[in-house]
Ligand binder design. Structure first.
Ligand code: BDR
Ligand code: CA
Length: 314
């Protein structure tokens, strides 16, 4: 039986690859996508998500638009240093028709989760504003959520600031609500995603597969490599992380990352470290473990999974 998932996205180049993996993997059933302010304004994230599903021939997957700004802070999208890596609109044909679903993503999340039998995994790969708002508005959804798999956080080093990873930094109050919600949480932070790089050679191999998904992924990852080499070089050149896709692959095959079950909280109130995921590896806080926090990833396995899944057609 495929695992049911809802992806909460701020699409974005790596979100786009994650959406294609989730939509095309035979091990997952993508119930729908919700969009949130993040890499770009939420209406661009929605348009980009529609473009991705059109491109791979799955326009029937529902897309619901969500929160346009963080819970408690000013809109900070324009400060995202990763913008050179994404741009506002994906390089794909415009979505054929305005077929974003009516109603707000938060209400759809609540209705869908309450109507479910507790079998839909939430996969937020953008700021956590939609998920936190849904929890605040209808806490009864919590008992229906088997697991939340988050792309976000950083222990060793951030990418928005020295301390903080972008998805958590953009809306730290929302992230704090979600990581402390009491449900099982897996976090795929930069510590893992920076260990699973996709290279220019991998992009050539993807392009050679000849499917719409693999061709688009090759283009998006090449753009990412260009941006990373210029602005955030990794431990080797000509390769870049594809963060959000690693989170989706970790649902299909949990062995792709190495996790530690530890207490994790989010700093919301500090001048230098706001948005930091504070990881209590040595259990100094006396708090129970609430997060399975990934510190490593299997790069060859990740690339193999991308090839296998993106080589499929709808
Ligand atoms: C995260 O930030 C965004 O720019 C990416 O889409 C990813 O979700 C990485 O820090
Ligand atoms: Ca994202």
């Amino acid at each position: 039986m495929p695992t049911k998932v809802i992806l909460d996205v701020d699409t974005g180049t790596d979100d786009a690859v994650a959406l294609m993996v989730a939509a095309l993997s035979p091990d997952l059933e993508l119930v729908g996508a919700t969009t949130v302010n993040g890499n770009t304004a939420v209406h661009n994230c929605t348009e980009n998500t529609l473009r991705v599903f059109d491109w791979i021939g799955l326009p029937e997957i529902p897309v619901h638009q969500g929160m346009s700004r963080p819970l408690a802070r000013e809109q900070m999208t324009q400060l995202n240093p990763a913008s050179r890596i994404h741009g506002d609109l994906l390089d794909l044909p415009q979505a054929t028709k305005a077929r974003v679903q009516p109603g707000h993503a938060v209400d759809w999340l609540i209705e869908t989760l309450l109507a479910s039998s507790g079998d839909i995994t939430l996969v937020p790969v953008g700021p956590l504003t939609n998920i936190a708002t849904a929890i605040q508005k209808e806490p009864r959804i919590l008992e229906r959520i088997p697991e939340i798999v988050i792309m976000g956080g950083a222990h060793h080093h951030g990418n928005s600031t020295a301390s903080a990873e972008f998805n958590i930094w953009l809306d730290p109050e929302a992230a704090r609500i979600v990581v402390n919600c009491g449900r099982p949480i897996r976090m795929i932070p930069l510590d893992a995603t920076h260990q699973a790089l996709v290279s220019l050679d991998d992009c050539s191999a993807l392009r050679n597969l000849g499917t719409p998904a693999a061709e688009a992924a090759a283009r998006f990852v090449e753009k990412r490599i260009d941006g990373y080499d210029a602005t955030q070089p990794m431990h080797r050149p000509n390769a870049a992380p594809v963060h959000d896709a690693l989170a989706v692959c970790a649902i299909i095959d949990p062995t792709i990352v190495t996790t530690h079950h530890i207490p994790v909280d989010v700093e919301t109130n500090a001048e230098l470290s706001v948005g930091r995921t504070v990881c209590d590896f040595r259990f100094r806080s006396g708090r129970p473990a609430n997060v399975h926090f990934a510190m490593d990833a299997d790069e060859p396995k990740f690339v193999r999974m991308l090839m296998e899944i993106l080589g499929r057609t709808a």
